[in-house]
Design a protein around this ligand. Structure first.
Ligand code: NAD
Length: 263
């Protein structure tokens, strides 16, 4: 009997770049991509943290399955070097995961320069770097039989928190950029989607005391808890599969039901 499905869920032989991959959701995503068969490029700020994730993946899946680069994603020239060296090592790029991000609190009403500094830094890392990496990788994504871009946004692109206007603006920018790129790159067979995680236990939320997290989750999250990085990474990695060929321009909420909860 003919198989009901002809589309592959395997990432065997695919090459993926993941930014912010030394921690939290980026690390979980890099590991899961390797688990599904991809070879992974780990990008993050700190060389020793990058090396430890590379080693983690290599010891599980083999030496050829991960390479790493210390980089600040704001450095456009460095992004180009990473793309070039990825292609020199692996021969191509099929998947780009723009995940590196920061969250700086600063009141829009403050009269000092802190707000403007936070605004510029946040937009540069959370939004501008995303398009710079896509542009550098584009010629190679076009050569892929299933080019995939996944951008990590946030539920802060849907709801809002005081003092997070720069973060919220950057993440709303990511959803807009995602839709725009999806329309522009559709003719090349490249899908572009974004993930909007809700509250997740990562480096970004480490400093929030457990009691506050629990109180927040009981009040606001349908599942009454913070998520774990792997729970978000599974959605990110699913969007990268060749079988996920007709989803593009989507903003997919992974928030334990935070944004839909009324009372
Ligand atoms: P995390 O702090 O654990 O990981 C973020 C990683 O990005 C870190 O390893 C950090 O070093 C790296 N990074 C930051 N600035 C960088 C730069 N300039 N260049 C290179 N790397 C840089 O936090 P996370 O929660 O896993 O964050 C991943 C993404 O998820 C971010 O885009 C964040 O905005 C988003 N997000 C997080 C939550 C949450 O609750 N944790 C919710 C919604 C969205």
């Amino acid at each position: 009997m003919a198989r009901l499905s002809n589309l592959s869920r395997s990432l065997n032989g695919k090459f993926a770049i993941v930014t912010g991959a030394a921690s939290g959701m980026g690390r979980a995503t890099a590991f899961l991509l390797a688990d599904e068969g991809a070879s992974v490029v780990v990008v993050d700020l700190d060389q020793s943290k990058v090396d430890s994730v590379v080693l983690e993946i290599q010891s599980e899946y083999g030496a050829l399955r991960a390479i790493g680069f210390a980089a600040d994603v704001r450095d456009t020239d460095r992004l180009q070097v990473i793309v070039d060296q990825t292609v020199a090592t692996f021969g191509g790029i099929d998947i780009v995961i723009n995940n590196a991000g920061i969250s700086l609190t600063s009141a829009a009403t403050s009269t000092n320069d802190d707000f403007l500094a936070a605004w510029d830094t946040t937009l540069a890392i959370n939004l501008s770097a995303y398009i710079h990496l896509v542009r550098a990788a584009l010629p190679h994504l076009k050569n892929s039989s299933s080019g995939r871009i996944v951008n990590v946004a946030s539920t802060e692109s849907i709801v809002a928190t005081p003092t997070l206007s720069a973060y919220s603006a950057s993440k709303s920018g990511v959803t807009g950029l995602t839709r725009s790129l999806a329309v522009e790159l559709g003719k090349d067979g490249i899908t572009v989607n974004c993930i909007c995680p809700g509250p997740v236990n990562t480096g970004m939320t480490d400093a929030i005391p457990a009691e506050m997290k629990s109180k927040y989750a009981q009040r606001h999250v349908a599942l009454r808890r913070y998520g774990e990085p792997e729970e978000v990474a599974h959605m990110t990695v699913s969007l990268c599969m060749p079988a996920m060929s007709f989803v593009t321009g989507a903003s997919i909420v992974v928030d334990g039901g935070m944004t839909i909860r009324h009372t």
